[in-house]
Design a protein around this ligand. Structure first.
Ligand code: PCA
Length: 223
């Protein structure tokens, strides 16, 4: 059997972004991720995949990307319009509960992402160390205790379920604000420049590759 990556190939990092949804014409997650395609970070090659914003289909595309890339690190990225900072997601839950239909017209309500699978998975990224690095770099970031119950949480959960079966690969999810050009259409909505998001993702990859375990920093929420 031939594989895409010979033994001598550098180890890979897989970054995923989403197609636009909810009436937007761009999705900043894909714009940021695709800018890093083919780059080298700490001896690792960045590979990217664009996932459909659709329940089920997104996990099919993610599974194909994982099989092709066999990455050491996976960071899935999605748009969280209205959030004012980059969110390092802590927990993926086994629930699909869509407030709006996805890009294929599906709107699951209170269904499991994967029937019979655990209620939740934690990110295996060093989210506290990443938060410290982003804060030091002057990039607004926070730990988030919920990635919602839409397609992003669906992908986060599916990713962590897949990684739980294969040892050695870390992964997690990052939500990012609107781009400034999107915020023009959403009065009062915060935004983050594309270059800042790209720099943030580079930093999260670097920290994830060089940090075993995580830093111990208080960054919880009281409500
Ligand atoms: N954000 C959505 C799905 C795709 C995306 O970029 C979410 O937060 O669920």
């Amino acid at each position: 059997m031939t594989t895409r990556h010979p033994a001598s190939a550098p180890p890979r990092v897989l970054l995923t972004g989403f197609e636009p949804f909810g009436g937007e014409t761009v999705n900043p997650s894909w714009e940021a991720v695709r800018a890093l395609r083919g780059r080298r970070i700490a001896g690792h090659r960045i590979e990217v995949a664009r996932l459909p914003t659709a329940f089920g289909d997104a996990l099919t595309a993610l599974g194909a990307a994982l099989a092709a890339s066999r990455p050491r690190l996976v960071i899935a990225v999605g748009q969280a319009g209205g959030r004012d900072r980059l969110s390092l997601e802590r927990i993926a839950i086994n629930v699909d509960d869509a407030r709006i239909a996805d890009n294929r017209g599906r709107q699951p309500i209170d269904q499991p992402v994967i029937a019979g699978a655990p209620a939740a998975y934690f990110s295996t990224l060093p989210i506290k160390a990443a938060l410290a690095a982003l804060t030091d770099a002057g990039i607004p970031a926070a730990i988030s205790q919920s990635a919602g119950t839409y397609v992003c949480n669906h992908v986060f959960y599916g990713l962590m379920h897949a990684l739980a079966q294969r040892r050695g690969a870390r992964g997690g999810f990052v939500h990012i604000p609107f781009l400034p050009a999107q915020a023009v259409q959403h009065r009062g909505a915060p935004s983050m420049a594309l270059d800042t998001v790209i720099a943030a993702l580079r930093l999260i990859v670097e920290v994830s590759l060089r940090t075993d375990g995580d830093a111990r920093i208080a960054a919880g929420a009281t409500h």
